[in-house]
Structure formats: C-alpha cells, structure tokens
Design a binder for this molecule. Sequence first.
Ligand code: DOR
Ligand code: ZN
Length: 347
Amino acid sequence: MNELILRQPDDWHLHLRDGAMLATVLPHTARQCARAIVMPNLSPPVTTVAQARAYRERILAALPEGMAFEPLMTLYLTEQTTVAELAAAAADPHIHAVKLYPAGATTNSDRGVRDPLAIDPLLAELERFGLPLLVHGEVVDPAVDIFDREARFIERVLTPILTRFPALRLVMEHITTAEAVAFVQAQSARVAATITAHHLLFNRNAMLVGGIRPHYYCLPVLKREHHRQALLASATSGAGRFFMGTDSAPHSQAAKESACGCAGAFTAYAALELYAEAFDTVGRLDQLEAFTSLNGPAFYGLPVNARRVRLQRAPQPVPAAYAVADGSTLVPLRAGETLPWQFAGFV
Ligand code: DOR
Ligand code: ZN
C-alpha cells in the first residue's frame, strides 16, 4: 500500500500551550486533525469553565485564516474543584472531559490531586453527568520506580475508582505498558485508552542508548520492548477502545536540552505519518483509520469527520527545528531524520 485514504483524524490528547508556542504548534495539528482534546495544564491551569472558554477563544484566534479546527476543551481537576463547576462544565457544549493529574506526576501538575481516592464527590458528579475523566495514570510515590508507576497506579487507584463508580466513563491517557493494555481490555466499553505514536514506535533504548536523547523523554517514560509490542498489538487489533492521542507536548529546545530537561515530545507536525509508520511495521495499515478517526468519536459520542485525507508513502525530511515567535526554537521528535510517510492533504 503506497497510498492511504482515511477519514480525517482527531487528536484525543494534545498540548497546545499558549501565546507564541500555541501560534507555532496549532497549524500543525489543524492541518491534519479536525478536532483535538486540548489538555488544560497551562500555568496557571485551566480549572474553571470561564478559563476554558477564554482559552478556547485564544486557540481560535491563533488559527490561521482558512483553517478549520475545533478545540474540544477540558478542565483541570483540583482538590478545590466544586461540584457546581463540574455541573457547569457538563452543561457547556465546548467542554468534553475533565483531566485528573496526580499532583507532581508531570508538567504543571502541582495543582493536581494529591489523593485521587479522596475526591469521591467530584467523581460521583462526573459519573452522574457522563462527563469522561481523563487520567494521567502514574503514582507519584517516591518509593515506586519510575518504570513501574503506571502499573502501580492501576492497582492502587484506577481499580478502586472504577469499582466505586461503576458507570464512570474514563480514558487512561497515553498508556505505556502491557499491564495497562490488559487492564483496559478487561473493562467494559466505558473505559478507553489513548496511545501516542512515540510509544508505538520506540522503547526506552531510543532515549538511553548511545547517549541521553532528551527529545525522547516524555511521561509516562518510554518502557521496555515487550510493552511497546503490547501497545502496538492493541492499537492495531481493531478493538474500539484504543484510539489516537498524540500527547504532542512542545517545550522549547532550551527547556528540553537541559541538565533537568522537560518531559514531552513534539510530534504533531507529522502525527498521522508517525502512526502510519508504526502500523506499517506490523502490516496493519488496514486498521489505521479505526484508530485515528473512528474509535475516538464513538467513545466521545461525536460524529465522525466528513472529510477524507490522503497519506502517501514518500520520504519526508524532518526539519532540525521550528522557529517560535518569542525567539525560542522547537525541536520535533526525529529532527533531521526522514519519515517514510507524507501527509498529502484532503481528498
Ligand atoms: O511528556 C509529557 N509532557 N507528559 C505529560 O504528561 C505532560 C506533557 C507536557 O505537558 O509537557
Ligand atoms: Zn499529555
């Protein structure tokens, strides 16, 4: 297969940031995706409906002329979030989910929840309204090895929450382990998972062999090869509960290439191409459209996109960096390499 025609995809987990970085990264996503679930971990975080609406307006204002894109907004859950705020979020047509960050788990998560098992009134409200809870699934217990934090989160946090709230709709975001795949498969259709392209393509060797490669550092961190294999098998299996969420998470080159580099990989410049490359490695391009364009809308109760896009098997050189209007630079994942697929616009 040298050409693929797919329904236009959506990105069900995306960091757009704000200001100059927003202006730089937004056109990359809007070029390929009709919609994206926009993460709320700005500084300060998007914790209220009013802030989500204002952020949505800033995103739309940053969209270049002639581009269509619908930001699907999320609220950042804190221990101060009120039931009334969640009711307002559920009633807002532009808010589609609420994000749970365990405090300290990742970028701008310090205002997150210290004890996810102590927010039952909020979870009860989400369950009642059918508003999905999006979860960064890692424990922050310093005694737990960073490579085990997702598996421990499933046992200590997710399983009790799903038992206590049997109708809560939940997305385990950017899953990285065989344990997460097995967990999601064992649930009913109210539980789904996003998978990034970089976790489908790379194991932890990409980050650590031959030198520390900070652009491969993300959270949850890349894992062993057998976990990557499990992710790839689930993404390409045709099971409806796994779908595309790039977790494209831009940081400036200076913030990445540092003695204490930030977590996050910028992949939105070639989101579809990277997923196509991963699916192609196991001969499952026939399953790509379900993963990128059908399963996500079905979970979120939204229509599939009307337009179709074309992908071609053609070498795509990746730039060394993109300029950002504030004078910084943004290094894409796989800078300087050549990707085997190329996005070729709308059909
Ligand atoms: O690698 C990551 N980057 N993981 C996250 O959970 C957050 C994200 C970011 O916002 O930079
Ligand atoms: Zn993320």
